[in-house]
Design a protein around this ligand. Structure first.
Ligand code: CMP
Length: 139
């Protein structure tokens, strides 16, 4: 079944990195709804991305394919040039386009050197599909 087709490059994480990722997921509205199996898959499948100050990770109005957890550094969320929020370690962003299939609602730029954990839409979907598959089997 295609909901089991999860193939990506595994990125090793230290225990403290894993703990930080789980903590970030727990304080996020929708990621906190994942069950234990989904959380550990997500932790396993997140890839890492390093950005320099000034890098534009997300551009408002474009198609979006990934969502991100901030591991370190600082980013700025803007809409039509207006600053909405500063993001730091433990914050999740880029989830709206993935969840609601919409265009990117804002621009996200690195203000300092940034380390991100990222997950692609398809992989996120596959992880979500595990839960619905289990639920269907329980019926
Ligand atoms: P997405 O729309 O996928 O891409 C831009 C991201 O910026 C969005 O997901 C949110 O994660 C974030 N974002 C959008 N609007 C706000 C806001 N008002 N405050 C904080 N973050 C936001």
């Amino acid at each position: 079944p295609d909901d089991m087709d999860i193939s990506t490059t595994r990125v090793k994480k230290t225990a403290s990195e894993k703990a930080q990722i789980i903590k970030a997921m727990q304080k996020n509205d929708f990621l906190s709804r994942l069950d234990e199996e989904q959380i550990s898959m997500m932790v396993e499948l997140l890839t890492s991305l390093d950005c320099c100050p000034g890098d534009e990770i997300i551009k408002e109005g474009t198609e979006g394919d990934s969502m991100y957890i901030v591991a370190a550094g600082e980013l700025q969320v803007t809409q039509a040039g207006r600053i909405l929020r500063t993001l730091t370690s433990g914050d999740v962003f880029g989830e709206l386009a993935i969840l609601y299939n919409c265009k990117r609602t804002a621009t996200v730029k690195a203000v300092k050197a940034v380390k991100l954990w990222c997950i692609e839409r398809q992989i996120y979907r596959s992880i979500m599909a595990i839960k619905s598959k289990k639920k269907r089997e329980q019926l």
